[in-house]
Design a protein around this ligand. Structure first.
Ligand SMILES: C[S@@+](CC[C@H](N)C(=O)[O-])C[C@H]1O[C@@H](n2cnc3c(N)ncnc32)[C@H](O)[C@@H]1O
Length: 433
């Protein structure tokens, strides 16, 4: 391969292989993008996102077309063919270009002995068209376990959830209420020729008709708006924020909700933002700086309160726990490949542990909002039910909300192709003695 720049498809195949080996797109895509000229980067991103999104369907087709699996050292050629199949099935690219450039990429990957196979498989795929999916995993392009879990959890909705996961999420903004009223910012967008509308549920939200680069958004660098899904924005509507309160954002990075809290209520006494990840915590600081906001940042395991807590209880706690992220698959299609069924039970243990530990440092009369971007009840209302069995002083507050559905112990939003992500919220209050 020497010093020759690699063709885009070869780079994309390397990215998909890295995801199969456990890296997230947010880890392995940025270095891959940096290997290309700026004008080629959007195409590589689209190839990688699209191939992950349709991985399970494409992989079922490709496996059916191969007489036997490729040897381990040649595995990257399998991914190269997946990228090509994605283009044949889901893009407008001319077939001859896909075929020629994939064969070229195969050579560039140092696998000239496989160019005949690649050519033959792709020609047959083009000639014969897409096969009828053999099962629901291929049909909906998700892993078997995820299809079965969703079918079990959501007998009425599972197909809609799976279909929504395969759509491209809209771009949604949160207007910085300290700078602009939402209508004012909508007018600025209209002047800039950007088609947008107010979100129905989140008071500062704006959904764009089509995504645009953030530097096209009026006053973005000056902190006028942030990119944040509508469901994620709802956290502040549940916190009942008021000046003078001491607020904890217990799992804060990259800081979307920390910033939303500070924008939603001027005059909070202090916002403490914790994250255990040293890599992710600086992102909170970057976001605060762009928005000209400030918070107390700590790198810690929030559940180990003896390591970071100063003994002064919090009026409000936002607990946006680590979770399966099964509600945001359309934004992170690599989750389909990365998440294992065996991840969910340990995550639920961490979630319950965080909730138990942080309940102890909530002031009597205070409120805790529990949030996930998951659609699995195991991480959502069942955590709240399990928690309340052990905490007799936790009062469940039913939000007066137009969104989502009442699960008896919190509200669930399912991903909606035309608007918000999948999310879960529960509101708990600690009574005064
Ligand atoms: C769902 S993300 C938070 C998203 C963030 N609230 C936002 O809106 O931008 C969960 C975060 O929890 C962090 N985390 C996981 N376990 C933690 C723990 N025990 N203590 C503190 N942070 C933790 C992860 O590093 C991750 O950044």
């Amino acid at each position: 391969m020497g010093d020759q720049p690699q063709p885009m498809r070869a780079i994309a195949a390397g990215v998909i292989l890295a995801v199969e080996n456990g890296q997230s797109l947010s880890q392995c895509l940025p270095p891959a993008l940096n290997r290309l000229a700026v004008h080629e980067r959007a195409e590589l991103q689209a190839l990688c996102f699209g191939t992950c999104r349709w991985f399970h369907r494409l992989d079922a087709e490709l496996s059916g077309r191969l007489k036997k699996p490729l040897r381990k050292p040649d595995r990257i050629v399998h991914h190269l063919m997946l990228v090509a199949l994605f283009q044949l099935r889901f893009s407008q690219q001319a077939t001859y270009a896909v075929l020629n450039e994939t064969v070229e990429a195969c050579r560039a990957l140092g696998k000239p002995h496989l160019t005949g196979l690649v050519n033959g498989v792709l020609r047959a795929a083009e000639r014969e068209g897409a096969p009828e999916p053999g099962d629901d995993a291929a049909r909906f392009s998700h892993s078997h376990w995820m299809v079965e879990k969703l079918r079990h959890n959501w007998p009425e909705d599972w197909q809609r959830i799976l279909e929504a996961n395969n759509t491209q999420a809209p771009m949604t903004l949160r207007v910085n209420a300290l700078r602009f009223a939402r209508d004012e910012y909508l007018a600025l967008l209209a002047e800039a020729g950007i088609d947008a509308s107010a979100t129905p549920f989140a008071p500062f939200g704006i959904q764009l008709a089509r995504p645009v680069p953030v530097d096209h958004l009026p006053w973005f660098a000056d902190g006028a708006v942030s990119v944040q899904d509508e469901a994620a924005q709802l956290s502040t509507t549940l916190m009942d924020l008021a000046p003078g309160q001491r607020v904890l954002d217990a799992c804060a990075a990259p800081g979307g909700k920390t910033c939303a809290i500070l924008e939603a209520c001027a005059g909070l006494a202090e916002v403490v933002a914790i994250d255990e990840s040293a890599d992710r915590l600086p992102r909170v600081q970057e976001n605060l700086e762009r928005l000209d906001l400030s918070a107390t940042l700590k790198q810690a395991d929030a559940a180990a309160t003896d390591t970071w807590w100063d003994g002064d209880p919090f009026d409000r706690i936002l607990l946006d726990v680590p979770c399966s992220a099964s509600g945001v698959i359309r934004r992170h299609p690599d989750i389909k490949m990365l998440r294992r069924e065996s991840d969910v039970t340990p995550l639920a243990a961490v979630q319950l542990g965080l909730l138990d530990a942080l309940w102890a440092i909530l002031k009597p009369g205070g409120r805790l909002v529990y949030a996930t971007c998951s659609v699995f009840p195991q991480e959502n209302h069942r955590i709240i039910q399990r928690f309340r069995k052990g905490q007799t002083d936790a009062v469940l507050v039913e939000p007066q909300a137009q969104w989502g559905r009442d699960m008896g112990a919190g509200r669930q939003l399912l991903p909606d192709p035309d608007s918000h992500d999948g999310f879960f919220y529960a509101v708990l209050e600690k009574p005064e003695p």
